[in-house]
Design a protein around this ligand. Sequence first.
Ligand code: GLU
Length: 388
Amino acid sequence: MGTAKESTGTAAEPPTLLDARRLVVKIGSALLVDGATGRIRRDWLDALADDVAACRRRGQEVVIVTSGAVACGREHLGLVGRALRLEEKQAAAATGQIRLAHAYQETLARHDVTVAQVLVTLEDTEVRRRHLNARSTIDTLLKLGAVPVINENDTVATAEIRFGDNDRLAARVAQMISADTLILLSDIDGLYTADPRKDPDARHIPVVRELTPEIEGMAGEPPPGYSSGGMVTKIAAARVALSAGCRMAIAKGKRMNPLAALEKTAEDGGALCTWFLPSAEPSNARKAWIAGHLNASGVLVVDDGALRALSHGASLLPAGVKEVVGQFDRGDVVIVRTPDGREVARGLSAYGAEDARRIAGRKSHEIETILGYHGRDEMIHRDDLVVR
Ligand code: GLU
C-alpha cells in the first residue's frame, strides 16, 4: 500500500477507550433507528447508555453526537416508501429530533445522568464568536455533569450551509471542545486497504498515524442516498480531529455495548477498529480552528517561490500570490493552492478579496501606495497559516 504509514500496534500500542478524558461519540442513524419501522432501537440504546454511564463513573466526560432525526421522524409523518424533498426531510427532523432527545433522556435517567440537547448549524462552528459561545455552553454542561446530546439543527439548516453528515459535525465538536478522543460508531469496523465487500484481499488497518494520499484513496466513493456518511466523510472527520490533536476511532457499532468493546484492544478480545493518531505536537487552538474550517470563502493561487517559503514556515507575502479567487473579507479563512489546484495551506487572509487582488504579485513596500493605507506586509501571517 505504497508509502502510507501504518502500524500493527507493535511499535507503540494503540490506545483504548480507557485513555480518553473528554470523549465525543458519534452515533449513526442506521445503528439507532430501525429503517423499516422508524422506531428507535431501545435495547441497543440502553446498552450504549450503560457504556456511557460506565465512562462517567470512571471520570470520563462524554458528549454524544447523534443522527437519526430524519430516519425516526419520517415514519410519524407518514413520509415512507419514497425519497423525501428537502423541506420534508426538515419536517421529519423536527418530529424525529424530539423523539431522539426523549429516548436519550429516558435511557440515561436509568443511571441518574442528565441529558442536554444541543442543536448546531455549520455556522455555529465556523463563525468564531458563535463557535466560542457554543464551546462555553458545552463546557459548562460537562462541568455540571450533564451529557450533551448534539445533532445538526436540520430544520433550519439550508443545503448550502449544512454539514449534512454527522461525521464531520462530530469532528468539529471534538475540535471545538478540545476533546482528546472521538469515536465514530459505524457499520464497518474501520478502514480497509480496499472495499472489503468487493475485494477479498482487502486488509484491515488497525492504526493510521498520518493521512497520506494513499489513506485518503482508500475511502473510495461516497454512498448514494440521504445518509451522507461513508468512509469519505470519516476521513474528512479524521483530518479535522487529528489537526486538533484529537485521536479518532472508526469502530463497529452494530453490536451491543460497542463502547465497552473498545476498552480492550482487539488482541485482548476487544473490538476491531481503526485508530487515527495525531502527531505528537497538536497545533494550537487557533490553528486547529483554521485547519478544520469547512467553508473557506476564497482561494489564493501561489507561485513556486511562495510554496518553498511556506514549506519553511514563512508567511505568505502578496508577491507570491498569482491569483485571487472568490469573495472574502479580511480575517476570513482562505485556501492556498498551487496553479495545478493542489491545496497546500489554509489561513486567515489579512486582506479582503478586492484589496488582495490589487496587491497580488506586488512587493510589500508597494501596498500603501496601491491601497492608500498601510496594511500588513503579509497576505497571510505565519501565525494564521496552517500548511498541509
Ligand atoms: N442530522 C441527520 C439526522 O439526524 C443525520 C446526518 C447523517 O446522516 O450523518 O437525521
